[in-house]
Design a protein around this ligand. Sequence first.
Ligand SMILES: *Cc1c(COP(=O)(O)O)cnc(C)c1O
Length: 407
Amino acid sequence: MKGFTTKVVHNDRQDSIEHGSLHKPIHANVAYGYEDARDLAAVFQGEKSGYSYGRQLNPTISALESKITTMEDGVASVCFGTGMAAIGTTLFSLLRSGDHMVSSAFLFGNTNSLFNTFGKMGIGVSFVDATSVDAVADAVTENTRLVFVETIANPRTQIADLRQIGELCTQRGLVYVVDNTMTSPYLFQPKTVGASLIINSLTKYIGGHGNVLGGAVTETGCYDWSVFPNIYPEYQLGEATKWGITQTRKKGLRDLGASLGPEAAHHVAIGAETLALRVQRQSENAMAMCEFLHAHPMIKKVYYPGLTEHPQHRRAAELFRAFGGLFSFELQSDVDLWEFLNRLQVIVKSSNLGDNRTLAIPVAHTIYFEMGPERRASMGIDESLIRISSGIEDSEDLLADLSAALN
Ligand SMILES: *Cc1c(COP(=O)(O)O)cnc(C)c1O
């Protein structure tokens, strides 16, 4: 068994590439011609493998899908134009009106917005504190089809009870969807806790340079779809451990059309090569900044799974290779949020995360602004909370920047 980065870097060469190219070329192409019309028909009917139309398959995208499947140790992946497209299309393909799902209440804001929309379309969603399996188990009803969690929640870094929720889903025959964006497959492979489907926003750590949007879903092979009532007969092809991803590609990608473009796939594939190097460095930088802030009198509270006081520190240490690049902190009440942020010279005031640059954002005034002060308070979002996504800069420069701004 080769190591993570060796496999990622050499994955394209599992198949022979045109002209011996080391990278899979960009196939800027929509349709495919066949000499024998019977072959065209066989591809459409799923009897022969081949390409038909660019919305659902493209050789450059296929190469990236294979790379992501390798990173997650899965059986198949489908790529999308964004991470939200991956979540939306996957769930839209697999759920029907009258179904119910249990979701972590600590969710990426846009996913929360999407699930509220599902609620208005007849799919019941219960939001629970997924740091404890009991809350998830209590919310399961006879119509529950699926459980959705993130690994490390943004911005407060709560960690779902990933292993026990996996066991619960196995016992109850529920599809277990894990959004692995925040950890990335380098820090954590959700298959190890029994995930059925894994979501990655390729925009964040996998693409890694803040220059491309993308998303993916990976089938782990852990779930037997023959017990799942919503797979159409025409997608019950081959092994039952792949029906979910088949329906997501054939029905979901066709119906919703949220496809990844070949140029974007190329950018993501280049980014993926350095995932492990970047995330290692980002984790080290996050740890150094958190230790500095934690000891600083002007800082009220620091949220980072790498700190021993974090409520799920031991869970994170057991499951993840490192603690990741995302953390947040609150200022003491006499420190002016805007003054502090505006004095930062290296750290950039920006949304997004997983970039090579360290980014800081005042959470309550931006990504959580729309929900208002009461909802924020109920979610434990302090008005002074600052989220940091650590980059790959030299650690001393980041510490000096924080120190100068606070002084
Ligand atoms: C950013 C993010 C998404 C959505 O990804 P986009 O590519 O921005 O659509 C989904 N889940 C998590 C945890 C994210 O951080």
